[in-house]
Design a protein around this ligand. Structure first.
Ligand SMILES: Cc1ncc(C[n+]2csc(CCOP(=O)(O)OP(=O)(O)O)c2C)c(N)n1
Ligand SMILES: [Mg+2]
Length: 293
């Protein structure tokens, strides 16, 4: 089988991420695919801490920090600035968390996509505001414990369903939309390379498991990431020229295998697990229907 993951590294040792950080693997793979002529914008999130303190950085590409809500505006400006200098061959990438994307940065993202800039927006999805201590985001799934959806006597875990930002981008008819995760690096690299080949706005949501936030052993990041796909909790898809293609994993483990690995779901009772299961099945069916359209 040919090696599809570029050997070049644009992320170096000395970063400050936690052991087993899925978001760090995501950045590494994204940069491998995008190459050295890439400028990255990072809003407030774990990744605004991970590269290290100025003037040091673990990344070998230009890195711009921006405010929490402005990743979309930042890549728009960066793109226009580069183009006005004749640097159309540079890639412009936003690398933003789920809080910065599903919540506070959503209008900036939608506007950047609507204006049609030639940019790639990566949402690394660790399903909560991790940098500030595991607060719930719109992208936190139903049933999860977070510090703002604590599990106490009233069992007040997150009652609302996850907001699927990639689905929103599909609804907006963004030319290229994909979901990916770190357990499938060849698939991720292929999606990065497809995004790179398309001139216009692109959006990729990468599920990036977080050991301290999801309460699992840091050695299990790939296992958790793979189970998310196999159980259909996090479907992998691609939306190109208005057509959806859904990856259908051969194996379908029981959803409890995924949930029981993670302490954030440890409080869920059987009936609540059934609710999770039903919601996952419903979304899977609706994606299948969309694929057939
Ligand atoms: C306007 C504003 N509000 C709040 C913060 C504090 N803050 C910094 S990072 C962060 C969490 C970001 O969450 P997410 O985007 O999911 O990225 P993660 O930390 O999970 O990597 C928050 C709330 C801020 N920097 N600016
Ligand atoms: Mg997050």
């Amino acid at each position: 089988m040919p090696i599809t993951i570029p050997r070049e590294e644009y992320m170096q040792k000395g970063h400050t991420a936690c052991a087993g950080c899925g978001a760090t693997l995501s950045m590494r793979y994204v940069l491998k695919g995008m190459g050295p002529k890439t400028a990255v914008t990072v809003p407030a999130c774990c990744w605004s801490v991970i590269p290290g303190e100025f003037p040091y950085t673990a990344l070998d590409v230009p890195l711009l920090y921006t405010t929490f809500a402005s990743a979309g505006a930042s890549i728009s400006g960066l793109r226009e600035g580069l183009d006005s200098q004749g640097k159309e061959d540079y890639n412009v990438v936003a690398f933003a968390g789920d809080g910065g994307t599903a919540d506070i940065g959503l209008q900036g993202l939608s506007a950047a996509m609507e204006r049609g800039h030639n940019v790639l927006y990566i949402m690394y999805d660790n399903e909560a505001y991790m940098n500030t201590g595991i607060q719930r985001s719109g992208s936190t799934p139903y049933g999860a414990w977070t510090t703002t959806t604590p599990v106490g006597l009233k069992r007040d875990y997150k009652r609302e369903k996850k907001k699927y930002v990639a689905d929103l981008m599909m609804a907006q008819n963004v030319p290229y939309v994909a979901t990916a995760t770190v357990a499938y690096p060849e698939d991720l690299e292929r999606k990065i390379s497809t995004a790179k080949s398309i001139k216009g706005p692109k959006f990729i949501q990468i599920l990036s498991p977080c050991p301290p936030g999801w309460y699992y052993n840091s050695a299990d990041t790939i296992k958790v990431s793979r189970l998310a796909v196999e159980t259909r909790v996090f479907p992998l898809y691609e939306f190109k020229n208005g057509k959806l293609t859904l990856f259908k994993p051969a194996k379908k483990p029981n959803i409890t295998e995924y949930l029981s690995l993670q302490g954030r779901f440890g409080h869920l009772k059987e009936d609540e697990i059934k609710e999770v299961e039903a919601a996952v099945a419903e979304r899977w069916e609706s994606l299948l229907r969309k694929e057939q359209n």
